[in-house]
Design a protein around this ligand. Sequence first.
Ligand code: SAM
Ligand code: SF4
Ligand code: SF4
Length: 488
Amino acid sequence: MNKSDILYLNPNYLIRHDETRSLLWARDDPRPVYAYTNNFHTFTHPYYAELLALFNGGNSIENVLSQSHLGQVCGEKIQDFIEKITENKTFYGTECNGTKFIFPKNLLVHKKENEEIKSQNGSTDFSFQELDFQTQKLNFPLYITYMVNTVCYTDCIYCYADCRERKKRQIPLERIMLLLDEIERHPLLDFVIMGGEFFLEEHWEQILARLHTLGLFPTISTKIPISESIIRKLRRLDVNKIQLSLDTLNPALMSRLLKVNGERYLHDMKRTFALLKEYGMTIKINTVITRYNDSIDELKHLLDFLSDYQIDSVSVIPAGYSLYKPLDYLPSKESVRKIKEYVGNVKTNYNFVLSMTSEIPKEQIEGCSAQKQKFFNERALCTGNLWQAYIMPNGDVTFCEGTMSHPAFVSGNICEKSFGEIWKTEMPHLLKRENYKNSVCGSCKDFEDCHTQKGVCWKYIVQGYGEENLYYPDPRCPKAPIVINKYY
Ligand SMILES: C[S@@+](CC[C@H](N)C(=O)[O-])C[C@H]1O[C@@H](n2cnc3c(N)ncnc32)[C@H](O)[C@@H]1O
Ligand code: SF4
Ligand code: SF4
């Protein structure tokens, strides 16, 4: 490797400073140009982060050595390190002041000839007062979901979102722009726009344009038959992908599921498909399966129709639990099993990626103690309030879409304070054993570890035992009582 070589940080990794440490996180990319280590995330020393951030496609190794703290202090020795993390086939580990640091595969890559490099957004300030590689909660999240409004074009019988009160955007636009300014200083991995319906927000173009300047390109999900004028505006913003939620092509079923005039809605949606094709837009499809549209013939009809358009993927999703709707729409386990088998059999017949999301395995909640223990020990880390935040239409900041408006999870409101300040608000009531005295958690020897390491799933607790039983155990825990609501 020559000192004049230009390397750059593999775009599938994000480097961000986080006050007392820096973050090195993999970005989820279904079609990566460069190989990367999926799901990789680690805290790294700000000196390493500074060095990596300087590999922005414009600097030679020599430039990076002269501009970085490590280059200035360690000189040639750092060139060895750079070689170890360049197009590396596997992880590389090192130690700095007694702390071990790990680097994922293919971290730095050689710039390909004629390759245009999008520089990663982010501050070049990696200064720190003290170091902390232990605390799991980030000083600013990496994932934010914003539920813009609760107004919709349809009234879906299975909707899990809290749209009981139909309201337009309640957060003043200036506040949203202030939030986006904060995000500019703390780049995110993903910003999801939820609704309601984003296209029923009068300033949607302005919000989307600002997100683009931050390197955030959320795919908007909609059930609105979108007009040519909206599609033109999207194209002007360089958007070439959209997500449509389409559950059936049967007008009677459509009327039942979305409470619309099914004939007219389908007619308008078909026009939307034709327009999107004309404008070269790629479409992602979400198809929710309820007990009303759980027929394989109906699904086949829908998939065959979709194969005439530029569809990138179709996700078939068994309708999940809603806290806000009567649950008679839930599909039976047997029909979900049959549809899953069908999807598995036909997925190679189509020119799009066809997949079906898995349900929560029944054994996780109903299994014997040993089965439950295994699932519970292997549960994924709950990243709500550690890495991710959810902003409600009224500006309340909460953990995830599952906990929504429950006051116990609201750490503040962005109409009153900056997002960063709210994010740092402690929520001690969730860790106070006294609050759990009516639950088995109150006397559990694993209480601290359970709540501070992987965490419990608050969504499952609220769904399984109701909003009033917040301090019950995670239903997947072997010590948990039988759930009141069968949400799985
Ligand atoms: C909550 S909606 C918001 C965006 C927009 N209103 C829409 O429907 O596309 C996001 C996605 O969740 C899906 N969805 C809503 N309720 C669901 C449920 N109970 N189970 C599974 N998916 C659901 C919708 O069909 C849609 O694809
Ligand atoms: S699924 Fe989407 S369109 Fe339907 S009610 Fe929920 S938010 Fe509105
Ligand atoms: S969820 Fe289970 S393991 Fe966790 S504190 Fe409660 S009883 Fe203990």
